[in-house]
Design a protein around this ligand. Structure first.
Ligand code: GLC
Length: 640
């Protein structure tokens, strides 16, 4: 273990570099360096052992240089964030995720659409991968060739910085993907590895024969069993096997190489200096490999993240990290920090289980499994937040735990099979119209693609009544994620109840990947109908907008507060209470298509009950919930 004291040569180098800066900036950066140094060396020590001390000094220089290059507006943002460190936990946060080209055509087009986002109440925008990818296919941009260039059809790095500034002026934080598990096979590092440069061969996991790959594969799960079976690909130029967890043209990086860490420390600072406020750490679970394991969630993943975060805290403390770790509950919380690392890993993480439980409850018309699963979910650190969502750009994998299913008397395997049947529309009477994604014959696993509205029954609806019911399902699903706590992230199109895209496979580069069925181009004519009463678009848009507005006013929805699941006294109702010092909120969701009663005695609030969603004061007595209805019952502390 190396000492956590800041070495004099590091201070001297920083002082020299900062010599031309105003005194307050010199003081500030040195203070940040002192504050973050122990976190940096602890993370690096755990991941890199003997190489840690030198690496720490090297990336500290990177961080200071990045501060020097940081534009004044972003230095100011750093200060603003430091005085409001819980900004991303605020109930006014509302996320939106989209492809720049599908939403606005290009980056300038996105900037022109900012009023649309502001009208909805958006405060956080995740633009899907837009850094220079390999030529298609490129997994929707998740195969990056150059981290310092924007895809030319979208614009330039200057356009990105300009867009970030427009967003910032409108109170919207820009999120970009940091694809760090792999690079495109065409990235310069991969190219130089193929050319035989030892330095760059060491950036990847390269094996001359199958012995090591075979040994790893004995315990590796399949990520894309259909179109990319196995986790290694043969490369003719290398004359070797290279680790490729995802597609053969996405080369996994060897994160145990300190040079890879240093490269990404620079990339992170560079992107932060363009005005990116949140980095989505793509497929972060996979970055560290260990023989005999599934090579996910290894402790070094968290050590590396902590060290990268320490670099960012020195250079650009406004930046937050969001972990994209679609892993089981016990494995998930370490991405936000446990024990002495609480609050020192990622700031945000996707709540995949909540999303799965929403769809599971709607299909089963039963909330007991969701209640059991969410109740057993480990608590997250109070300084972090979930990213909650109904749908995103990926498929839905049925992450239903066998023990949770058993707790309500169900069989996990059968329920997962039911959900796949239900959401692919094969189950008799199903309202859903999804597609099976990546059937794994070995495990029986069938994931699902499909838009929220199509999965919720709008596509299958034939009558006005059926359509009305489907809209209620869409709004209910979103109310669950708006009221759970964290940043609810809407997937582009869902605010208008967009259906599956029937022409998703017209593009040959997409034809083998049916996730494109729920990645439609923005339909601006449909968006226009959001202002036309009587249309589905109007109903869903205004419903979401109203919920977001109410949400923004409720202190009980601050992400520091943990939801406590209430007993499923009525098995169709998903219910929780959130107790903030200023306010208590009880959320009730009828996940079924029939009327339900929730006993008054099971609402831990005194009379009179006020529903923040409708603004109504409720009549005394048991609560009656219409099909798919929800209530946010609130009581302010000052009311006694
Ligand atoms: C993440 C992305 C997914 C992509 C994968 C590989 O899981 O969400 O779309 O295919 O990483 O980068």
């Amino acid at each position: 273990m190396i000492s956590s004291a800041l070495p004099a040569p590091v201070v001297e180098a920083a002082t020299r570099a900062l010599a031309g800066e105003p005194e307050h900036d010199r003081t500030l950066v040195l203070a940040r360096l002192r504050r973050c140094w122990p976190d940096l060396v602890a993370g690096l020590d755990e991941a890199y052992g003997e190489a840690a001390a030198e690496l720490a000094a090297r990336v500290a220089e990177v961080a200071v240089a990045a501060f020097l290059a940081r534009p004044p507006a972003l230095r100011l943002l750093d200060l603003r964030r430091l005085v409001e460190p819980d900004w991303f936990q605020s109930p006014r946060m509302l996320g939106y995720a989209c492809y720049a080209e599908r939403f606005g055509g290009d980056l300038r087009g996105v900037a022109e659409r900012v009023p649309y986002l502001a009208e909805l109440g958006v405060t956080y925008l995740h633009l899907m991968p837009l850094l220079q990818p390999r030529p298609r296919p490129n997994d929707g941009g998740y195969a990056v060739m150059d981290y310092r260039a924007v895809r030319p059809d979208l614009g330039t790095m200057d356009d990105l910085a300009a867009l970030a500034a427009v967003l910032r002026d409108n109170g919207i934080s820009l999120t970009l993907d940091l694809v760090l598990n792999h690079v495109a096979a065409e990235h310069e590092w991969a190219r130089r590895a193929r050319a035989g440069e030892a330095r760059y061969r060491a950036y990847f996991h390269i094996h001359a024969d199958r012995s090591v790959p075979d040994a790893y594969e004995r315990t590796l799960p399949e990520v894309f069993p259909d179109f990319a079976p196995g986790s290694f690909s043969w490369d003719d130029a290398l004359q070797a096997w290279v680790w490729t967890t995802f597609n053969s043209w996405q080369w996994d990086l060897a994160w145990d190489n300190p040079d890879v860490f240093a490269e990404f420390a620079e990339i992170i600072c560079f992107l932060a200096n363009q005005g990116v406020e949140c980095l989505r750490l793509d497929a972060i679970a996979f970055i560290w490999k260990r023989m005999g394991t599934d090579c996910q969630n290894q402790p070094e993943v968290h050590a590396v993240t902590r060290a990268l975060r320490a670099v960012a805290r020195i250079a650009a403390p406004a930046l937050v990290f969001k972990a994209e770790a679609i892993v089981g509950p016990p494995q998930l919380v370490p991405y936000l920090g446990v024990g002495r690392y609480v609050g020192k890993v990622s700031d945000l993480a996707y709540h995949n289980s909540l999303m799965v439980q929403v769809w599971s409850s709607l299909a089963a018309r039963d909330a007991r499994l969701a209640t059991a699963a969410l109740r057993r979910f480990p608590e997250k650190p109070a300084t972090t937040a979930w990213a909650t969502y109904v749908r995103g750009h990926d498929d839905i994998g049925w992450a239903i735990d066998d023990a949770d299913a058993a707790a309500v008397g169900w069989d996990g395997w059968s329920h997962r099979a039911f959900l796949s049947d239900f959401y692919s529309g094969r189950f008799d009477g199903s309202f859903a119209r999804g597609l099976v994604f990546q059937e794994n014959e070995a495990t029986g696993d069938r994931r699902i693609s499909g838009s929220a509205a199509s999965l919720a029954g709008l596509e299958a609806a034939r009558t006005p009544d059926e359509r009305a019911v489907a809209v209620r399902r869409v709004l209910l699903a979103h109310t669950v994620v708006l009221g759970f706590g964290g940043i609810p992230v809407l997937w582009s199109g869902d605010e208008l109840a967009a259906l599956n895209d029937p022409s998703w496979d017209d593009d040959p580069a997409h034809a083998d990947d049916n996730r494109w069925v729920h990645r439609p181009r923005m339909d601006w004519a449909a968006a226009g109908r959001r202002h036309v009463a009587g249309t589905v678009e109007h109903e869903v848009w205004t419903g979401l907008q109203a919920r977001a507005r109410v949400r923004a006013t409720l202190p009980a929805l601050h992400a520091a507060v943990e939801p406590e699941l209430l007993d499923a006294l009525n098995g169709a109702v998903l219910a929780w209470v959130r107790r903030a010092p200023e306010q208590t909120l009880v959320a009730l969701h009828n996940m079924s298509d029939s009327w339900q009663i929730w006993p008054r005695a099971a609402v831990p609030l005194p009379d009179p009950l006020r529903d923040a969603l409708s603004g109504d004061e409720l009549a005394p007595g048991d609560l009656v919930l219409a099909p798919y209805a929800c209530r946010w019952l609130v009581r302010d502390a000052r009311e006694g």
